[in-house]
Design a binder for this molecule. Structure first.
Ligand code: SF4
Length: 226
């Protein structure tokens, strides 16, 4: 147990107990959505109501690399299918394909320097997939907008760039991510993480990969290389 009274091991164990019935015995897509909702609820039960400076239209951190588990990519792709018009989806797929060619290979420093933002950031600076955004994004919360703006500005400096963040929120979402990944492994489901845009595009381009995943088959390694 740490200074906040939070015990990561107990948190993970309780969360796994709630996730197990959803993932055991051959999950369906709806179970993946429920599992992610359960992860979010568990993390939010610890940090709901804590102060944060983040809000719609504040896109400073949406320049960093985001890794998702495959169930997250599946649920985001499904959500986009339902939320967007066919023409909007076609435009987004082109954006994601472009991002897959070059943006996904950059590290955070290069993305910041070149202002390569997340392909799901819209022109108003809001997250297009906010209702189903990744666990990694939910875990990032700033306590000071100005420090984000300065730390993530495309300015070359040797000075350490610090952002004041809520460490409990970060730890809770990291632990949720880890617990889900460990359980996927237990049930022989592909537990690898993938870069956000490339993972979502994979399921948009080839919806049959969802059954591949649910059938406990390993997804093609090319998705991590192409
Ligand atoms: S998914 Fe949304 S919150 Fe996460 S980096 Fe992209 S735009 Fe930002």
């Amino acid at each position: 147990m740490d200074a906040t009274g939070w015990n990561p091991d107990a948190f993970a164990a309780q969360l796994k107990e709630r996730l197990e019935p959803l993932l055991s015995g051959g999950p369906r897509q709806a179970h993946l959505g429920k599992a992610l909702q359960t992860c979010c609820e568990a993390a939010e039960s610890l940090c709901h109501g804590r102060i944060m400076a983040c809000g719609a239209g504040c896109p400073h951190c949406c320049v960093l690399n985001v890794a998702v588990l495959l169930p997250e990519a599946i649920i985001i792709a499904d959500w986009l299918h339902n939320a967007l018009l066919p023409a909007e989806l076609a435009v987004l797929k082109k954006t994601l394909a472009l991002h897959r060619c070059w943006g996904r290979w950059m590290d955070d420093e290069e993305r910041i320097a070149k202002k390569v933002t997340c392909p799901f950031l819209d022109l108003a600076g809001s997250c297009l997939i906010h209702p189903v955004r990744p666990l990694a994004c939910r875990g990032v919360s700033s306590l000071d907008r100005a420090s984000c703006r300065e730390a993530l500005a495309p300015v070359l400096t040797d000075e350490p760039q610090l952002v004041v963040t809520d460490l409990l929120r970060r730890a809770a979402y990291d632990e949720s991510f880890r617990a889900l990944a460990e359980l996927l492994k237990v049930y022989w489901l592909d537990a690898r993480s993938i870069e956000l845009g490339s993972g979502v595009l994979a399921f948009l381009e080839e919806p049959a990969l969802v059954d591949h995943f649910l059938g406990a088959r390993r997804l093609p390694d090319e998705l991590w290389r192409a």
